[in-house]
Design a protein around this ligand. Structure first.
Ligand code: AP5
Ligand code: ZN
Length: 214
């Protein structure tokens, strides 16, 4: 099963993508996580990506398309995968479709997690991410057992650099301008499905499982 997660920054794509990956035993491929790992390791790609991410802008398509196309060709993707944060522009979606067509494959579902802008800033300012394993929490909606400590690995939790309110506003603007057109794109190809992302985390997931099947 090949799945794309769509939705505004902070809509809960990553939260749901991790649950999908666990339930259906398929890889979770997050371009945001890939860039953050590259930044942490000080790679050339990380240095280039950081300059855009810190401003709330998208990284240029040419830095992201080949990376994802190479990743979905790996052996562990044979039974499918869940893409989180990609595609984010029409050219990225077209490049993905083209690459998959060349392998006689296609995306099965594009799941749009809908959350109004008013809820987003609140979500982002409460989000905490583990510096070691990347797990995400929320101080109110998904708290850890011990404050500031990751439940999964014991690492410390931080506020992401791009989660400051002014950067979140910028990311929302970029989302409406460059990423929202993908909703029409996938409506036209017949694979768009919508879920209410304002519901509780487990209820959003139940709605997704209803779409994907047990
Ligand atoms: P990326 O990491 O993809 O960020 P994003 O799309 O802005 O999404 P987020 O990770 O912020 O949010 P999310 O929807 O995953 O929400 P989460 O589950 O964490 O990208 C970062 C940057 O990298 C981009 O700005 C860009 O520069 C660059 N980039 C990445 N991919 C790119 C691409 N393809 N092309 C170009 N540039 C690219 O949830 C948010 C919070 O809410 C959490 O605290 C969570 O616990 C909580 N929460 C989740 N669900 C619920 C719920 N139902 N109720 C209450 N709280 C909830
Ligand atoms: Zn951790």
């Amino acid at each position: 099963m090949k799945i794309i997660m769509l939705g505004a920054p902070g809509a809960g794509k990553g939260t749901q993508a991790k649950k999908i990956a666990d339930k259906y035993s398929i890889p979770h491929i997050s371009t945001g996580d890939i860039f953050r790992a590259n930044i942490k390791n000080g790679t050339e790609l990380g240095k280039k990506a950081k300059a855009y991410m810190d401003q709330g802008l998208l990284v240029p398509d040419e830095l992201v398309v080949d990376l994802v196309v190479d990743r979905v060709k790996q052996d562990d993707c044979a039974d499918g995968y869940v893409l989180d944060g990609f595609p984010r522009t029409i050219p990225q979606a077209e490049a993905l479709d083209q690459a998959l067509a060349g392998m006689n494959e296609k995306v099965d579902y594009a799941i749009n997690v809908e959350v109004p802008d008013e809820n987003i800033v609140n979500r982002m300012s409460g989000r905490r991410a583990c510096v070691d394993c990347g797990a995400t929490y929320h101080i109110v909606y998904a708290p850890t057992k011990q404050e500031g400590i990751c439940d999964k690995c014991g690492g410390s939790l931080i506020l992401r650099d791009d989660d400051k309110p002014e950067t979140v506003q910028k990311r929302l603007g970029v989302y409406h301008e460059q990423t929202q057109p993908l909703i029409d794109y996938y409506t036209q190809s017949g694979i768009l499905r919508e879920v209410d992302g304002t519901a509780e985390i487990d209820d959003v997931f139940a709605a997704i499982v209803e779409i994907l099947g047990e």
